[in-house]
Design a protein around this ligand. Structure first.
Ligand SMILES: [Zn+2]
Ligand SMILES: [Zn+2]
Length: 170
């Protein structure tokens, strides 16, 4: 189990990241000793609502609450326990939203996968149901689709060709 601290206000994107880094730094003395190498998310990330957050493991949530309170952070952050495994990061910037990879990264705007070509729903590539090799079912409309990497995968300047994964109607 990990503890996730999220900056509630995301009106100013840069300020949100800055505040998350500051809170993390304040807590460092308590949390750095309890890193779980098996399931650990380093650094500051953005969730599906684009709010800055970070995670750590602690046996001492009372002490964390106390430090947050003493530094006046209680009203700016949300503290929550997370049990799900650490999710996959954005191919472009490494941002981890949560257990499910989004179709578009809230941090850098990178499109990981195109929408379903049949029902136009935004479906994470983790949520297509595999039938065989690259043949899948859309979980929304149940159409058969093929998933393949975009070609070329990179441009000459090393940037990814978006979307990384293309969904094709069968
Ligand atoms: Zn990204
Ligand atoms: Zn569909």
């Amino acid at each position: 189990m990990r503890t996730r601290i999220t900056v509630i206000d995301n009106a100013d994107r840069v300020e949100g990241l800055r505040l998350a880094a500051k809170v993390r730094k304040t807590l460092e003395k308590i949390i750095s000793v309890e890193i779980d190498p098996e399931n650990f998310l380093p650094g500051v990330h953005r969730d599906e609502q684009s709010r800055a957050y970070f995670e750590f493991k602690t046996q001492n949530s009372d002490q964390v609450a106390k430090v947050l309170n003493n530094n006046g952070y209680t009203s700016c952050v949300e503290v929550k326990e997370v049990r799900e495994p650490v999710g996959q990061g954005c191919q472009n910037c490494g941002n981890v939203v949560g257990p499910t990879l989004p179709t578009i990264c809230p941090n850098c705007g990178f499109r990981d996968i195109s929408a379903c070509p049949v029902c136009h729903t935004e479906v994470s590539r983790q949520n297509y149901q595999r039938i065989d090799s690259n043949l899948f079912h859309c979980p929304q409309c149940h159409s058969q689709v093929r998933l393949r990497f975009n070609e070329p995968m990179f441009f000459g300047d090393g940037m990814y060709n978006q979307p990384l994964v293309v969904v094709i109607q069968e």
